[in-house]
Design a protein around this ligand. Structure first.
Ligand code: NAD
Length: 444
């Protein structure tokens, strides 16, 4: 269910975010031998970790203590950039691992930001809007000048949204009156300087990456999206837009799920995404929609389908269930939904996987466009945003596929494993960051 899910039924698999991040990094760096000694070691650590603890007066006038984190991986490519999540399992290790992931994502997309991430350990489902607003304002004021338009720029993530970003902007603006503070945070509502296209950018990026990959990879059994059967885990900001966009591109959405369970079409045809959205809005879950079959989240992951899109939490596909995945292609809309051991199993079974740092990078790309528009006090047209997003996603997908084709199997991989797309994407990204670091020169 969440990023700290115990490795049930799979003894020995360490699913802690830091371990997964380090293992993915280690696998990629086996292909990066010629770099300056010690450089990769430096790139594996965060530059700055802020941990705060603050009280909030709740609706019932009691006081609750909250713990929040903001990690800046480095500032090699520019200011920090990364979401803020609200979830009971937020901790320093998770936020650190996600900050590193953001650096590789920005490098792959050639975006002039470095990785950062933040979060508050809380259960937003148990909190009122007033409590969430107080938590957001207090957290941002605790971070003080460690965030800013040219230092570290937050964005939405799990269980935070445009409203949360509006509160972040307002808090920072109150603390720094008299200047253009819009670029301090992205994912804002349109009327506060949000970008057209930001809301569905992550899902649209997934779609573009999948389309491009299929056109390049030559999978005989899956030529394109038209008629492809798609199952999506998670029906939030990313998953719901992915369902709509993949459907518009001709795919058949055969199953979707949220934290309460999943639904599948009962006759094998596509779910009506508009109806699922309306049902979810009214009932708070996709479960129970008339004319559908109920299934568990685990059941959704194991359905026969052409494309499986995990768009919810981390650690959903592990060595325990990877042997039962029946998709032809996995597209990681969520961050880190597949463990390293599961990567090996999927690779050995010939199931390609578009990794998070590529597949869900559309969100940070349009966040970057929002930041540029805010600095210039401009508003671009939606068509322009989507065209620029397509260019960035296609270029990044092409670079990953080109690397994938060049790389031999990693030295310590079993001979049956060719290098996976995640490793190829990380090699490309880490090499870019390493080269920029050396071009700048190590201070002093
Ligand atoms: P969200 O909070 O809007 O939605 C999360 C969805 O996942 C909800 O529908 C929730 O019910 C569902 N969910 C939670 N636990 C689940 C479970 N065990 N099984 C099935 N569904 C479950 O979050 P989001 O913004 O859509 O983010 C989803 C994922 O995408 C996260 O991993 C996030 O880090 C990643 N991501 C988001 C963005 C973005 O732009 N929002 C960008 C990049 C990556």
């Amino acid at each position: 269910m969440n990023d700290t899910r115990p490795a049930s039924g799979c003894e020995g698999e360490d699913l802690s975010p830091i371990h997964v991040s380090q293992e993915q990094f280690r696998r990629a760096t086996t292909h990066l031998k010629g770099l300056k000694k010690g450089l990769l070691d430096f790139l594996s650590y965060p530059k700055r970790t802020i941990s705060v603890c603050f009280p909030i007066e709740m609706e019932d006038e009691s006081v609750t203590t909250f713990h929040g984190y903001r990690v800046l991986h480095n500032s090699i490519m520019g200011p920090g950039k990364g979401g803020i999540r609200y979830h009971p399992c937020v901790n320093e290790g998770e936020v650190t691992a996600l900050a590193l992931l953001m650096t590789w994502k920005c490098a792959l997309m050639r975006i002039p930001f470095s990785g950062a991430k933040g979060g508050v350990a809380c259960d937003p489902k148990q909190l009122s809007q007033t409590e969430l607003r107080r938590i957001t304002r207090r957290f941002i004021s605790e971070l003080g000048d460690n965030i800013g338009p040219h230092t570290d720029i937050p964005a939405p993530d799990l269980y935070t949204n445009a409203q949360t970003m509006a509160w972040i902007f307002d808090t920072y603006d109150m603390m720094h009156p008299g200047r253009n503070n819009r670029p301090v945070v992205t994912g804002k509502p349109l009327e506060l300087g949000g970008s057209p296209g930001r809301e569905d950018a992550t899902a649209r990026g997934c779609l573009i990456a999948a389309e491009r990959f299929l056109s390049l990879a030559g999978m005989p059994e899956l030529g394109g999206l038209d008629g492809a059967r798609v199952a999506i885990q998670g029906f939030g900001q990313v998953g719901a837009h992915a369902a709509r966009l993949f459907r518009e591109a001709g795919a058949s959405i055969t199953a979707v799920s949220d934290s309460q369970g999943g639904i599948a079409s009962s006759d094998g045809t596509s779910l009506d995404v508009t109806q699922v959205l309306a049902w979810k809005r009214e009932h708070g879950t996709v479960v129970g929609m008339p004319g559908t079959q109920s299934l568990t989240n685990q059941g959704l992951l194991e359905l026969p389908c052409d494309i499986l899109i995990p768009a919810a939490m981390g650690n959903q596909i592990t060595q325990e269930n990877a042997p039962r995945i029946q998709a032809r292609l996995v597209v990681e809309a969520a961050n880190r939904p597949v463990s390293p051991e599961a990567d090996d199993i999927l690779t050995a079974r010939g199931i390609p996987l578009l990794p998070d740092i590529l597949a869900n990078a559309g969100g940070v790309a349009v966040s970057y466009f929002e930041w540029v528009q805010n600095i210039e006090n401009q508003e671009w047209h939606l068509d322009e945003v989507n065209r620029k997003l397509r260019e960035k996603m296609v270029a990044a997908t092409d670079a990953v596929v080109a690397r994938w084709r060049q790389l031999p199997a990693a030295g310590d991989s079993p001979p049956s494993l060719c290098t996976d797309l995640r490793t190829a994407a990380l090699v490309e990204a880490i090499e870019r960051v390493a080269n920029i670091t050396l071009k700048r020169g190590i201070w002093p």
